[in-house]
Design a protein around this ligand. Structure first.
Ligand SMILES: *Cc1c(COP(=O)(O)O)cnc(C)c1O
Length: 401
């Protein structure tokens, strides 16, 4: 298929939603079957010794790309839009984060990292980047243009994640990108929450956009995969890092991700709508202090979200009024449709207790009560609310100290 960015790209005029149904497949290359087949491949044969020595072939080696990886990369490029020059596939979301950081940083560099970042990203910076002489400074996610004051002569990259996947702060990414670029630093973003459908990161000033495909792209809680999308100026450096480190993804996992992409827009629309309905219902409960969901008008990040995002998903958090943990645990334990488990983005609803106190160094976490993160899946809203009512009944039965 043609690539975004080609002047006569037939897909360029289509919306991302339509492109996701068309990109990365060419049925008449495969006997007319709709989907690109899964190539299980390592060795690639050449007809003659001369062909081998000259490496005369479209593909080189399983790890270097197959029709399966190309199909997924093409579709992801179409999802990102015209600003995307290429995509690297990684075996998990965390591998996508670490590969993107390793691709752009070297000994002596300084990294600015949002304090709201996914915890394993923080661990990678503190435990591993530090071993290679790369220093990390954490900053307040709400810093905006004032990030300029934290840029050091050796600051090579600014990492953003918006909203935070536990605390849901929306960052002013255009302002942060403008300051970083004026300084010659790159902007890396973990865009797992909104996906490029809700936040076209590369169009908003981000240089490397990272997603845990494990979440909404896979969409069925059955695959681990990650991806990094890049601007033209940085794509070669990204691809070289991934190739040099020997990182690649199994063909069945790539296929599951591509299959997930086909229905991403339809699923996300339901996650968003049901998530907002459940969030509004929770916000009206007497047990609830606040709901952290940037698509709610009452949220402190709503104005920025409205300015920069065109969609949300089903992930948000709730702050309960102060009660003993036992009451929150009774609430969670009584739920039957909301499973208790980490990760998110599948078709099923989830709820977990969390506390950011120990994973903050630049800001203080003081939400005012116990916190629970919800992932709203594809179940019927009425059934989910009946489940939550069961939870609140168990909550009420706990003695309040
Ligand atoms: C889950 C997650 C990751 C990591 O993805 P894995 O596939 O689990 O490694 C990275 N960033 C965010 C925001 C996530 O939610």
């Amino acid at each position: 298929m043609k690539r975004a960015g080609d002047n006569d790209d037939p897909l360029a005029k289509l919306t991302p939603r339509t492109r996701l149904t068309v990109a990365g497949r060419d049925p008449f290359d495969h006997h007319g079957y709709v989907n690109t087949p899964v190539y299980h491949a390592s060795t690639l044969l050449y007809p003659t010794a001369e062909d081998f020595l000259a490496r005369r072939s479209r593909y080189k080696y399983g790890r270097r790309g197959t029709p399966t990886s190309e199909a997924l990369e093409d579709a992801l490029r179409q999802l990102e839009g015209e600003s995307c020059a290429g995509v690297a596939l990684l075996p998990s979301g965390l591998a996508a984060v670490s590969a993107a950081l390793l691709a752009v940083l070297q000994a002596g560099d300084h990294l600015l990292m949002t304090d709201s970042v996914y915890e394993p990203t923080r661990v990678f910076c503190d435990k591993y980047l530090s071993r290679y002489g790369i220093t990390t400074t954490y900053y307040d996610p709400l810093i905006g243009a004032d990030i300029a004051g934290l840029l050091q002569p050796n600051t090579r990259a600014v990492f953003v994640e918006s909203p935070g996947s536990l605390s849901f702060e929306i960052q002013d990414i255009p302002a942060i990108s403008a300051a970083a670029h004026a300084h010659g630093a790159l902007v890396l973003m973990d865009n797992t929450w909104a996906t490029p459908l809700g936040f076209p990161a590369l169009d908003r000033g981000v240089d490397l956009s990272i997603q845990a495909g494990t979440k909404y792209i896979g969409g069925h809680s059955d695959v681990m995969i990650g991806m990094v999308s890049a601007h033209a100026g940085i794509v070669r450096q990204l691809k070289e890092a991934v190739f040099t480190m020997g990182l690649c993804v199994g063909p069945d996992d790539m296929y599951l991700a591509l299959r997930g992409l086909r229905t991403l827009s339809a699923r996300l629309a339901v996650h968003e709508e049901s998530g907002l309905a459940v969030a509004r219902w929770l916000a009206a409960r007497p047990e609830v202090l606040t709901v952290m969901h940037p698509a709610l008008e009452s949220d402190s990040g709503h104005a920025l979200w409205k300015r920069d995002f065109s969609g949300a998903c089903g992930l948000f958090a709730v702050v309960f009024k102060p009660v003993p943990d036992a009451a929150v645990h009774a609430f969670l334990n009584a739920l039957t449709l909301f499973g208790i488990g980490a990760s998110w983005g599948g078709y099923e609803s989830l709820a977990i207790p969390f506390d950011c106190t120990k994973i903050r160094t630049a800001t203080r976490w003081a939400p005012g009560g116990p916190t629970v993160r919800f992932h709203v899946g594809l179940e019927d809203i009425g059934d989910l609310i009946a489940d939550l009512e069961r939870g609140f009944a168990a909550f009420a039965a706990e003695p309040k100290a």
